[in-house]
Design a protein around this ligand. Structure first.
Ligand code: NAD
Length: 484
């Protein structure tokens, strides 16, 4: 069903400023129609055997795989990241579908025979109902698929609201789903829009569970409002990710990883490295190579070959990031590479890779999420001091340590107050079959996205205690009266 609302929004290519499309924004009536369609589809979909739901996902996997290039180009056009980066994103999207196809195994319950004589007890998993996901701009293909395949694999029906800044890739995905067929009407539904549509989803009585990914402030709000309305909710928020470099780190490989982490997707990843903490003698060799190689990075349209850093998502984002660089410098940082004023001669929104040295842990630039290609550098004397700096952050999404010392790595992994840790890995975003386990201000809820947590989130447990009197002596169970 098409949107009824008259309101439309421009979607722009951030590399050129050109308008890609005008997208109709959904109204509260559209959200209502989507939720009701999802509710109506639920009995038929949950009645399908798990292996049949998995088989539909096998088919979807093939469809996505055969349109991978088109999807990647759509991601680059509307969001800006380079084409190789977008291809990697689509690869991860497909991996989510693959992981979800394990549902005939992962959705199994547990049983114990003879909890009392001839009495059995079993916990089974059933779908939660109608589930919705509200997602951000920075992974137009992958983040919606942290939810959609797992939700429907478990027998739920689903409503997706993409970011209003990047609605086109999911429109393409939903068209592919429609063309592929095999899914009853109403199992998956797409609504577009912003705050009003989010509120309509959070308040809708037919929606049982909400997944949210976005900035910290909105994540907290969504968590509270959805929970107040009695919904199951998981809300993934913002981040400030630290990378610790020990004196024994392999510098060239470490720098390659830092560049990919800090400047890939123009720093617009929730797992982007935002602060490097060098320990002791790591400082000089790391800084020499980091600065030299940052200066070599090419800024431009992500569709072009040889471009390392694409645009940021919009001109307001560019202005906000530029202000952050100014604030860092005003606070005492030194811009050893300054990306302000980067331009490619188009109306695109570019910020060049920026390295701010002499940052101290108390500065705002060391504590607040910038969400752009800006890397701060702090120097520490010891691993203890580095861990203290990292643990001071109110966020706890991702972190990495670069070292060849097993003891240092083990110590870091054990003591750091962050939910996803990379050891000699720059972007430690877990693969689909492990959960995405942010901590502290980066996550509100209990059950995380994808991996085994997805099945826990998307199922309700039901526990059945049973016996049959004709099967033999069952004795008495719990508070049962004795027979006269
Ligand atoms: P955002 O919070 O602005 O938007 C996210 C979603 O919330 C969008 O669908 C948007 O329409 C909606 N929204 C925005 N403002 C709202 C409001 N006031 N009330 C209700 N809904 C609202 O985030 P963004 O700019 O699209 O994405 C970037 C943010 O997402 C960063 O903070 C990044 O760290 C975070 N992020 C986190 C993860 C994670 O796994 N923790 C992953 C990706 C992105």
């Amino acid at each position: 069903m098409a949107a009824t609302a008259g309101e439309q929004q421009d979607v722009r290519n951030p590399a050129t400023g050109e308008t890609l499309a005008r997208v109709p924004l959904s109204s509260a009536a559209d959200v209502d129609a989507a939720a009701k369609a999802a509710r109506a589809a639920l009995p038929e979909w949950r009645a399908r055997p798990a292996i049949e739901r998995a088989r539909w996902l096998f088919g979807l996997r093939q469809v996505l795989e055969s349109h991978a290039d088109e999807l990647a180009r759509s991601v680059t056009r509307e969001m800006g990241k380079t084409l190789p980066d977008a291809r990697a994103e689509v690869g991860r999207m497909v991996e989510m579908v693959e992981a979800a196809t394990a549902v005939p195994q992962t959705m199994q319950g547990r049983i114990l025979e003879d909890v009392a004589r001839n009495v059995d007890c079993e916990t089974i998993r059933q779908p939660v109902g109608v589930c919705a996901a509200i997602v951000p701009f920075n992974f137009p293909a992958m983040v919606p698929f942290w939810f959609l395949p797992f939700a429907i694999a478990c027998g739920n029906t689903f409503v997706l609201k993409p970011s209003e800044q990047v609605p086109l890739t999911q429109e393409l995905v939903f068209n592919l789903i429609d063309d592929h067929g095999g899914l009853p009407d109403g199992v998956v539904n797409l609504v577009n829009g912003s705050v009003d549509v989010v509120n309509a989803l959070l308040d809708h009585p037919e929606i049982d569970a909400i997944s949210f990914v976005g900035s910290a402030k909105v994540a907290g709000y969504v968590y509270e409002r959805a929970a107040a309305n009695g919904k199951r909710v998981q809300a993934l928020g913002g981040a400030k990710n630290f990378i610790v470099v020990m004196p024994d780190a392999v510098i060239p490989r470490t720098v390659s990883n830092i560049l990919g982490s800090a400047f890939g997707a123009a720093g617009q990843r929730c797992m982007a490295g935002s602060v490097v903490v060098t320990v002791g003698d790591a400082r000089k060799p790391l800084m020499d190579e980091l600065v030299a190689r940052t200066r070599e990075l090419t800024v431009g349209d992500g569709l072009e070959r040889g471009v390392d850093v694409g645009p940021v998502v919009s001109t307001p984002a560019r202005d906000r990031i530029t202000e952050w660089i100014e604030r860092g410098i005003d606070g005492g940082a030194t811009a050893v590479v300054d990306g302000r004023g980067a331009s490619t001669g188009t109306d695109g929104s570019f910020v060049g890779p920026t390295v701010l040295d002499d940052v101290t842990p108390d500065m705002d630039i060391a504590q607040e999420e910038v969400f752009g290609p800006v890397l701060s550098v702090i120097h520490a004397d010891s691993l203890d001091e580095a861990i203290e700096i990292v643990n001071r952050s109110r966020y706890g999404n991702g972190t990495s340590i670069f070292t060849e010392s097993g003891a240092a790595a083990r110590r870091y992994r054990h003591d750091v107050e962050v939910g996803m840790v990379g050891i000699n890995i720059g972007v430690a975003a877990p693969v689909a079959f492990f959960p995405f386990t942010g901590w502290k201000g980066s996550f509100f809820g209990d059950l995380h996205a994808h991996g085994s947590d997805a099945v826990d989130f998307y199922t309700r447990k039901k526990t059945v205690t049973s016996r049959f009197f004709s099967g033999g002596d069952t004795g008495r169970f719990f508070v049962e009266q004795a027979e006269k």
